[in-house]
Design a protein around this ligand. Structure first.
Ligand SMILES: [Zn+2]
Length: 237
């Protein structure tokens, strides 16, 4: 995927997609942290049984990571299908009406700020070199050689969620009974500071409010499930 001979546009695109992947990984990890923390803290409210905690946490980890992977697979497959359909249509149009397509490319380049003559010349050269690629990039905004692979996307989501989910799972089952909750709550909130910070940075958003919202969301999730677990534990359901 990373050929050293790419032109500037390809480099810009590659950087953009790397940032997108990073952002998706951070969000996936964040999901894994919050939902698994909610589960194990909720169960800890009801019981001190380590096996129950481990079972619930592990089930939550697997269910969440597989659900994320399946969702990602479906959404990227759909996107890929529509990109392939758009490329096929473009290919047919290029074959059936090359003059109209050349004019279309010229106008699109003009709209990007080139003069009529320069746009025409650029369109002619781009069409001679690789007409489909030029139309894919300028008209559709996609690179026909770098369509996202749904399996890669699914695996990345699965791994990101799993890495996030492991933190609360280990934090609740490893320490001695009295330390479980404080260790879990503190490490989860600390991790949420980190994921909130990095997702704000990668999206060029204000860091303070993003971190605060992220930590508050996690604290709320743990508070609610702990209260529900304690209630169930107390009435002996
Ligand atoms: Zn076209």
């Amino acid at each position: 995927m990373t050929e050293p001979t790419h032109d500037n546009e390809a480099h810009g695109g590659a950087l953009g997609s790397r940032l997108n992947w990073l952002r998706a990984a951070v969000l996936g990890a964040n999901d894994g942290i919050v939902s698994t923390a909610g589960i194990v803290v909720g169960v800890a409210g009801a019981t001190g049984d380590r096996n129950a905690l481990l079972t619930a946490g592990l089930a939550g980890l697997l269910a969440g990571s597989m659900s994320m992977a399946a969702g990602e697979y479906v959404s990227v497959s759909t996107q890929r299908d529509s990109e392939l359909a758009a490329l096929a249509l473009e290919k047919r149009e290029l074959k059936e009406q090359p003059e109209a397509e050349l004019e279309e490319l010229t106008e699109l380049l003009e709209r990007r700020g080139l003069s009529r003559e320069v746009a025409r010349e650029a369109a002619v050269q781009l069409t001679e070199r690789d007409a489909l690629r030029a139309h894919a990039r300028v008209e559709l905004g996609i690179d026909p050689d770098e369509l996202t692979n749904p399996w890669h996307a699914a695996l990345a989501s699965f791994l990101a969620f799993t890495v996030g989910a492991l933190l609360p799972l280990l934090a609740i089952v490893l320490p001695p009974a009295d330390w479980r909750l404080p260790v879990t709550v503190v490490s989860v909130l600390a991790a949420l500071v980190l994921t909130g910070w990095s997702s704000a940075r990668s999206g060029a958003a204000a860091v303070g409010p993003a971190v605060l919202r992220n930590v508050a969301g996690g604290a709320l999730a743990m508070g609610v499930t702990y209260a529900a677990g304690s209630l169930l534990g107390a009435v002996g359901v």
